[in-house]
Design a protein around this ligand. Sequence first.
Ligand code: ADP
Ligand code: MG
Length: 549
Amino acid sequence: MKGVERRLLGCVPRWVTVVLGVLAAGQGVLVVVQAELLVRAVAGLDAGPLPWLAGAVAGRAALAWVVTVVAGRAAARVKRGLREGLLAVPGAGPSGAGSPGGRVTLLTRGLDAVDPFFTGYVPQLLAACVVPVVVLARLVSVDWASAVVVAVTVPLVPVFGALVGMRTAAVTVRQWESLRRLGGHFRDVVAGLSTLRAFGRAEHQSGVVRRLADGHRRASVRALRVAFLSSLVLELVCALSVALVAVPVGLRLLEGRMALSAGLLVLVLTPEVYLPLRALGQRFHASAEGVAAAEEAFAVLDTSAGSPVVGSAGGRVVAGGAPEIVLRDVTVRYPGSREAALSGVSLRVAAGERVAVAGPSGAGKSTLLLVLAGLVRPESGRVLVDGVDLADLDLEAWRARLGWVPQRPHLFAASVADNIRLGDPGAGDARVVEAARAAGAAEFVAGLPEGYATVLGEGGAGLSAGQRQRVAVARAYLAGGDVMLLDEPTARLDLRSERLLVDAAVRLLEGRTAVLVAHRTALLGVADRVVRLEGGRVAGEVARGEVAA
Ligand code: ADP
Ligand code: MG
């Protein structure tokens, strides 16, 4: 058994294991009872036991139903745990399950594939451990010679099963791999469809998707073929083993050295010993895809152990009012990269001060804001808010004090008003309009077909970049925190939009502690001080106005 399977089995709650074990024992007993009743009816040509026989069959069905309910509960619980864990892991890494597409496949379809492991494999594993022992015990008391043959041949089933299983594992891993690659690629293509069309590469991409889909189809068929062949091997082993018991029993019956009822009981019970083991092989194949998916989920969860996201709660809550923010020797390194994104950055932003951060692309400006927002944890160094380390702060409360205008704000496919209201879900219409006015957005919103009720497209489609930025500023304005973080809000705007946004920023930053990433002089003019970052280090402070675009 591989480590992943052991770890998945470890996820099964103890009470489930106990209940399933007891149910398996019950099934073993019912198998024996059923065989005894059948033999009594056949050998004695007696219809008396038939109602009891029907009862035994119904009992087995009822037990099987309880097993699926219990195992289904366990599966749902384990999947929920894995999904919550995966969702908490920040997206990182260039490929594999770390890439958004791969992660989406894993979170949805991938983890659903774990179901057969818990509803099929786990109960069958317990049945395979318990039922043969119960049945074999009865066989010993009927005819020890047959019992010896069965006891010797039974271990052959798991041995052959393991041999075949090794081969299957490799094939299913490949199948899962190709499904994930398909999912990841498909998501990328859909996200970039307009770009691809513009460059006339859409046709080419549909060819690539077709080729990947073809590869996945072939891998699936290969996995199926191996699964069918392997179950054939197990059938054969079981059939031969049953024959080894049946032939001597038949001969002894012919020679009159064995009672008919005893012989029949042996013949009915013998296949029941092999049945759970044979079924285990099938269940194993059915769950192989889920095991491969779980392996990937565990890998993502393990590598994220030292993840950059800070998610602590229950820390200190510092009273409101524009705070002083101090960075001391802050170094940040993203997982998987050798270069530090920030190295030894020290910076003091006084209460109510507005500091602009300038520098070339890749200098670490956005990273600096992420650190301040508590979204990235520094490798070393400290961030102090009014003298309290960010690591000790209650981050939910800290983020509630933040206004955040990212470089590319995400707008949702909802009305303009609802998009602004994201800053404060309880805000009434009047406050939404006030925020829009402060952000310089009121004018263009009035020009939209349905004003504030206009529903935007996915990602804010229907608005220009500048309009989107101003909706984001309105959002931050409504949130009304006393710390503002702005990440190059004017980077791709025309002059008029830029002027409107700068005016909005002046109103937004009034009386607040602010850090704004800025390139262009207009926005830099809003700041009290400009700090220049280069290659993750503070390259010096520049007086306002000296920094050209
Ligand atoms: P800026 O905003 O100044 O352009 P960033 O803070 O975005 O710079 O990036 C600083 C450095 O960190 C760059 O070298 C960038 O490649 C790297 N970086 C940024 N985000 C990530 C990430 N999620 N994973 C790995 N490296 C990253
Ligand atoms: Mg940036």
